[in-house]
Write a protein of this length. Sequence first.
Length: 290
Amino acid sequence: MQNKLIKIANDTNFYLKNFIKKQKKTELISAMNYGLFPGGKKIRSKVLLDVGILFKIDYKILIIIGAAVECIHAYSLIHDDLPCMDNDNLRRGKPSTHIKFGESTAVLAGNSLQTMACEILTSKYLKTDNKIKINLIKKLSECSGHLGIAGGQYLDLSYEKKKISQNKIIEMEIKKTGKLFSFCCMVPAIIKKKKLKEINSFEKIGANIGLLFQIADDLIDFKGTSKIAGKKTKKDKKKGKATLISLLGYKNTIKYSNKIKSTIINDLKKYGSNSKNINETLNYILTRKK
Ligand code: IPE
Ligand code: IPE
Ligand code: MG
Ligand code: MG
Ligand code: MG
């Protein structure tokens, strides 16, 4: 698994570096690069490739779409760390982008990475027909805006220091993190122009994978070390974040995460042995330390 992630990260970073190199240089590029590279685990791209295998989609196409997803993800992390949001000064083992470049530059670099995702999806290097590109941009926008990341981040902040129900916490985690995984899981079905029902079914699988991922992130915050995680830990409790751990406790949260994992595996059963890559990714998500 680790080797697969390293290969995906290398291929994605190589693509992104070349893409940026071809653009006219601006003052924001350094801060954008700083937020993008050396980059994180590329787990969203791994999920995209895992589902891509089920539909026999070309690797290069998936790497390019994954690069767009990683731009959105990197932007969301830059903004997540801002003083007006989580106010964190350590990310991926180095000072957060706003610590290094200042707040306004971090905001603008984040904005630029978000729109760069659309530049990547509309570029001539992505070899799919225009109708597919439009559908991809539509879905990615939905998953990133008020119905997805931004909306979820809003809820995350507004729930601080309040008692929030389990369903509301789950809804918030699916929005802020799950929706981008939904996009990754829908992409192959969109490319193959599958029926809405199948696309929706992958949207649900993705939401659960993302929920599982966020729960694991919350568990790392609770139990992990900053040195390994590359970001401050034990911060959710300090900020009074509404998480399943704060509501149900550590042990029950682990139980719940195993339940979600079974749901995902069950939903994927009809794809047979082809889904073994996703199963490997699910195990990684739950056992990871960073
Ligand atoms: C961290 O995401 C933020 C969450 C959505 C939980 P990742 O853990 O994927 O961050 P990187 O990209 O590996 O740094
Ligand atoms: C971040 O969740 C979710 C998004 C960036 C959309 P967290 O706030 O828990 O992420 P970390 O722990 O700071 O990486
Ligand atoms: Mg946050
Ligand atoms: Mg945070
Ligand atoms: Mg966290």
